[in-house]
Design a protein around this ligand. Structure first.
Ligand code: NAP
Ligand code: HSE
Length: 430
């Protein structure tokens, strides 16, 4: 049996699960016909306790040692971040090693350069684990769906925020406690603001946009909002209206090109995405031939991510010439501005509880060509003379909504515009 030698950059949550699966699976010889052997692994701190035991000769604090060892065939990069990952991956690819990475940040920000280096040196860079954790999504888009023009990708693609939102919604749990649990379970990024502020989902949708639509979007050209403004009240009101709240990442064709967006959304309770809970992810892909497809599974965590990493490793190990998730060859679409997005909106505001208030608010919306679908007065605080108003609009243009929001904020009767949440529309349900 042929032995394929691996170098590991990072032995944290994912790296430990990768090393453990190789060790416990006897080199994963079971179904693959090759034996994997881990020959060098880099960490930052040798004294840190790890869930896998690695002999002293195997571990180094110098990651350059891993990428320059001539006997290594495949480098697995699971250290995260842009630096020094970018240089290490580049070096490995240029010295004839294939690279498997789970690092969405470096792939979103510098993927084009890395893929060009791989192409120049006849090596492979594959990264299934970077999007959707254990869910196979990049390889199906690259291979199985090649006959399709992809029209839309819409996803719950960050396990940490989905876990937090699910527990806030079902138990009324406090944000900080749930985030701590997500960290303990190995879902969160080393810096969890990457999850809760939407950066992680943004990197993933940028990778999907490049693969499915050929669009190399600068990460700061993508609309991004995190989950920080979502309150227990929003879950309660959304449910009364027939919705739940999810952090959605989307890449969709429109007249202006490709609209990429990451933000919390109201999702109707009767569509598949509404029941994707905990650290599960779901990626909905619409192709012109196949129609809508839903890929669902564990989107974060050590073992599911190791499954995706090792799937890529074994594909290269068995067939170094096989295709992985490569650059798209479709004609690139321009990044379309968020101002051209159209959807319904949920507006929650705290307003003075007195006659004429609704008329003033309706006028601001009407002047911006926004038509109201329903207005509900929710919790009223009679002592303070104020109440929560929840307004659902008909479909409106983002540019008009932003203009209306700034005018609403300047009205004396609007004490606080607490939240503006977009509503996802679906032409299909399960
Ligand atoms: P992690 O637990 O923080 O592990 C990172 C590892 O890299 C640690 O072992 C760390 O060493 C090592 N490292 C970092 N910088 C280093 C440097 N300069 N030199 C040497 N070693 C260095 O992160 P993780 O959760 O495993 O995630 C790894 C990557 O996978 C990230 O890109 C992440 O976005 C991605 N990913 C994670 C998941 C998930 O569920 N966790 C899922 C999909 C993708 P020490 O241990 O000594 O600190
Ligand atoms: N922090 C990421 C998440 C890990 O929560 O989805 C998986 O990419």
């Amino acid at each position: 049996m042929r032995t394929v030698k691996l170098g590991l950059l990072g032995v944290g949550v994912v790296g430990s699960a990768v090393a453990k699966a190789i060790e416990e699976g006897d080199g994963l010889t079971g179904r693959s016909g090759v034996r994997l052997e881990l020959v060098k692994a880099a960490v930052r701190d040798l004294s840190k306790p790890r869930s896998v035991e690695l002999g002293p000769d195997l571990v180094t604090t110098d990651p350059n040692e891993v990428v320059s060892l001539p006997e290594i065939d495949i480098v697995v990069e699971v250290m995260g971040g842009e630096d020094p990952a970018f240089d290490l991956i580049s070096k490995a690819l240029a010295s004839g090693k294939h690279v498997v990475s789970a690092n969405k940040e470096v792939l979103a920000k510098r993927g084009d350069e890395l893929l060009a280096t791989a192409a120049q040196h006849g090596t492979k860079l594959v990264y299934e684990a970077s999007v959707g954790g254990g869910i196979p999504i990049l390889n199906p888009i690259s291979d199985d769906l090649l006959a399709n023009r992809i029209d839309s990708i819409r996803a719950i693609i960050n396990g940490t925020t989905n876990y937090i939102l699910t527990r806030m919604s079902s138990e009324g749990a406090a944000y900080d406690d749930v985030l701590a649990d997500a960290q303990r379970l190995g879902y969160a990024e080393a810096d969890p603001t990457a999850d809760v502020d939407g950066f992680d989902a943004l990197y993933k949708i940028a990778i999907l946009g490049r693969l499915a639509f050929g669009t190399s979007a600068a990460v700061d050209s993508i609309h991004r909002e995190g989950i920080g403004r979502i309150d227990a009240k929003d879950f309660r009101y959304a449910e009364e209206l027939g919705f739940t709240i999810k952090l959605i990442a989307a890449a969709q064709r429109n007249d202006g090109g490709l609209l990429l967006r990451v933000h919390p959304s109201l999702v109707p309770l009767d569509v598949p995405m509404a029941s994707v809970n905990g650290a599960l992810n779901m990626v909905e892909v619409e192709g012109d031939l196949v129609g809508p497809l839903w890929f669902q599974g564990p989107g974060a965590g050590p073992e599911p991510t190791a499954s995706a990493v090792l799937g890529d490793v074994l594909r290269i190990a068995r067939q170094p010439d096989s295709n992985g998730a490569e650059q798209s060859t479709t004609e690139p679409l321009e990044v379309a501005p968020m101002s051209g997005h159209r959807c319904q909106y949920y507006i929650r505001l705290t307003a003075a509880d007195k006659p004429g208030v609704l008329a003033l608010i309706a006028k601001v919306l009407g002047d911006a060509s926004i038509s109201i679908r329903s207005v509900i007065q929710m919790d009223a605080d009679e002592t303070a003379g104020q109440a929560d108003l929840v307004i659902m609009t008909h479909s409106a243009l983002e540019a008009n909504m932003q203009e209306a929001v700034s005018r609403l904020r300047s009205l004396d009767v609007v004490i606080e515009l607490d939240n503006l949440i977009r509503v996802e529309s679906y032409s299909h349900s399960a």
